[in-house]
Design a protein around this ligand. Structure first.
Ligand code: ADP
Length: 322
């Protein structure tokens, strides 16, 4: 059996989403379960695109944990590195987009199982054999998961695996903003590829202009091979040591933007996993990012993250449309 090319590390959880849109959490009459967690979304996204991926993380030995493991399996994501904690529960999030446009969150993390993954539970073999190791920053918030995260990334780096980082700021989960900034930047320089959003640039630079190339360049560390900035409907920007530019977004009617960033990451990583030389060739990289933009765009045309992640066929078909 071949080893998965992209191994994604971090949290997987259940999002409870109100069945009626535009309400505050307190007013929602009922909720629907939706699998979530950025690294897990990326793993499924890659698999939908025909790539091979694995997810490493911890869930509770409960109904939700088994449901999540099943979802990975149904989507052909290797879940051998997934662990079940008998004493802790699967992370849960209640998420709503209120009519005033603000997102409201409430979390069950008390602590949840994902935060309890330990270094000695890691499947290091799976990590070392990968081509790309992808992670976020939520797993850095508390111990023991923080140490597991650092050990996993170190094993990947030592084995010559490319490290991909999407800080995916979820401010309400961190003890404070300062804490979040420090935590996110603490592993900045170990990454080979970083994907951030405009809001994250402003947050990390304490309010500097995310559209200013000089500001973005300040976040570019000497060992970084690719820095990607996603800009919602506008598409993305890319920065390497040698070149930088923008790739326009793909026009769609947006229904729900959940998972767009993860679909975009899946889009670019699935291509890099089969050809890392894309990082050196601007024209090919632009084509790969065009594909990734379509992955993100198609995801916003449907509700939820995992259910909305497109297949390779769907992306190629959309790209053929005038
Ligand atoms: P995140 O979900 O991390 O905040 P974005 O919202 O910037 O990231 O979305 C990631 C990518 O998904 C964008 O770079 C773009 O390619 C695509 N995308 C997001 N929203 C839209 C949209 N409304 N229309 C078309 N493409 C979109």
């Amino acid at each position: 059996k071949e080893s998965p090319l992209v191994v994604c590390f971090g949290e997987m959880l259940i999002d409870f989403v109100p069945t009626t849109s535009g309400l505050s959490l307190a007013d929602a009459p009922a909720f629907k379960k939706a699998p979530g967690g950025a690294p897990a979304n990326v793993a499924v996204g890659i698999s939908r695109l025909g790539g091979s991926s694995a997810f490493i993380g911890k869930v509770g030995e409960d109904e939700f944990g088994y449901m999540l493991a099943d979802i990975l399996k149904q989507n052909n994501v290797n879940n051998e590195g997934m662990r079940f904690d008998p004493g802790a529960r699967t992370a849960l999030a209640f998420v709503t987009l209120r009519s005033d446009g603000e997102r409201e969150f409430m979390f069950y993390r008390n602590p949840s199982a994902d935060m309890l993954l330990q270094e000695d539970e890691l499947d290091l073999d799976l990590i070392r054999k990968a081509k790309i190791f992808h992670y976020g920053s939520i797993s850095l918030i508390t111990e023991p998961c923080k140490s597991a995260h650092i050990a996993a990334a170190r094993a990947a780096k030592d084995a010559g695996v490319v490290l991909s980082y999407d800080p995916n700021l979820r401010l309400p989960l961190w003890p404070s903003a300062e804490n979040a900034r420090e935590g996110i930047l603490s592993i900045w320089e170990t990454a080979d590829i970083i994907k951030i959003s405009e809001e994250e640039i402003s947050f990390l630079t304490k309010g500097e202009d995310p559209y200013d190339d000089a500001v973005v360049r300040k976040l570019f560390h000497p060992n970084l091979k690719l820095l990607l900035v996603t800009e919602g409907a506008d598409g993305c920007r890319y920065y390497t040591k040698e070149f930088n530019g923008r790739v326009q977004g793909f026009k769609v009617d947006a229904v729900d933007t959940t998972g767009a960033g993860d679909a975009f990451v899946a889009g670019i990583l699935s291509q890099l996993a089969s050809d890392l030389s894309l990082l050196q060739k601007e024209e090919q990289l632009r084509d790969a990012l065009k594909f990734a933009n379509v992955c993100g765009a198609l995801t916003v045309t449907e509700r939820g993250a995992i259910p909305a992640l497109p297949t390779k066929e769907a992306v190629l078909e959309a790209m053929l449309k005038p």
